[in-house]
Write a protein that binds this ligand. Structure first.
Ligand code: CAA
Length: 240
């Protein structure tokens, strides 16, 4: 029977590419989204991938949503914690609200997504936890104290989960995308974006599919001994 994969933030950007890549590998896929009903409906129409709406920052909503997915599709063996937001501002201008919004969605959201599926993975003696971190969690970034803190936090999460899950057949790994051609990066002012691209030795932004292929490999049986790792996919912009 095909395994079931859950991808948070899975109907847009890197998440959409991940959902499609996992579907192409033969998994049953459930993609979550936070607010954009129209984009999610279009995504389901185009791909046939089921979408579910909940706020990853809310534990009870996440748990209830995951129970619904498991009842409708099947036990979740692969979880991709991808949902994330930015609220960029230089630190002296960053508000407590911008700090908390990003921490709640990007970091607590990982806890809220993985915690409810973890007991089932332990029981079934198989699991794949894949967290989408960022180059900016590795190197820090001007105007991203909040975001960089969450993305660095992701690396601590997977290294700890890897140790807890290893004997139960569960792996936990992070992928650190560099700058990828998505709405999030396109929202950066053009002048700043051009200067970022000039710092990428590959001379271009990455494509969402280039991250999705890393996820597909980590989700597979072949990756069992890769556990607690960080895979950088950034066009040689930064070496951790
Ligand atoms: N390094 C050093 N200085 C920088 C800088 C940088 N990377 N970026 C901006 N500055 C400087 C500016 O030159 C300006 O200096 P002056 O005051 O001397 O002119 C100052 O910092 C910015 O001051 P502003 O008052 O203009 O700042 P602002 O409140 O308008 O904020 C900003 C602007 C939010 C910082 C905007 O420039 C921005 O969005 N920058 C991009 C941040 C970024 O790279 N975010 C990554 C998003 S993509 C992503 O997150 C995905 C992923 O995982 C990779």
């Amino acid at each position: 029977m095909a395994r079931t994969a859950l991808v948070t933030g899975g109907s847009r950007g890197i998440g959409a590419a991940i959902s499609k890549a996992l579907r192409a590998e033969g998994y049953n896929v459930a993609a979550t989204y936070a607010g954009n009903d129209e984009a999610a409906a279009n995504f389901t129409d185009e791909t046939g991938i089921a979408t579910y709406k909940w706020n990853v920052a809310d534990y009870d909503e996440s748990k209830a949503g995951i129970e619904k997915v498991e009842a409708e599709i099947g036990p979740i063996d692969i979880v991709v914690a991808n949902a994330g937001i930015t609220k960029d501002a230089p630190f002296h201008k960053m508000t407590p609200e911008q700090w908390h919004q990003v921490i709640d969605t990007n970091l607590t959201g990982v806890f809220n997504t993985v915690h409810p599926v973890w007991p089932g993975m332990r029981e079934r003696k198989f699991g794949r936890v894949i967290v989408i971190s960022s180059i900016n969690g590795q190197k820090g970034q001007f105007a991203q104290v909040n975001y960089a803190a969450t993305k660095a936090g992701d690396l601590g999460i997977v290294k700890s989960l890897a140790q807890e899950g290893a004997r139960a057949g569960i792996t936990a790994n992070a992928i650190c995308p560099g700058y990828i051609a998505t709405e999030m990066v396109m929202a950066v002012p053009e002048k700043v974006r051009d200067s970022i691209i000039s710092q990428i030795p590959a001379g271009r932004l990455g494509e969402p599919e280039e991250i999705a292929r890393c996820v597909a490999f980590l989700a597979s049986e072949d990756s069992q001994f890769i556990n607690g790792s960080t895979i950088s996919a950034n066009g040689a912009q930064f070496f951790a």
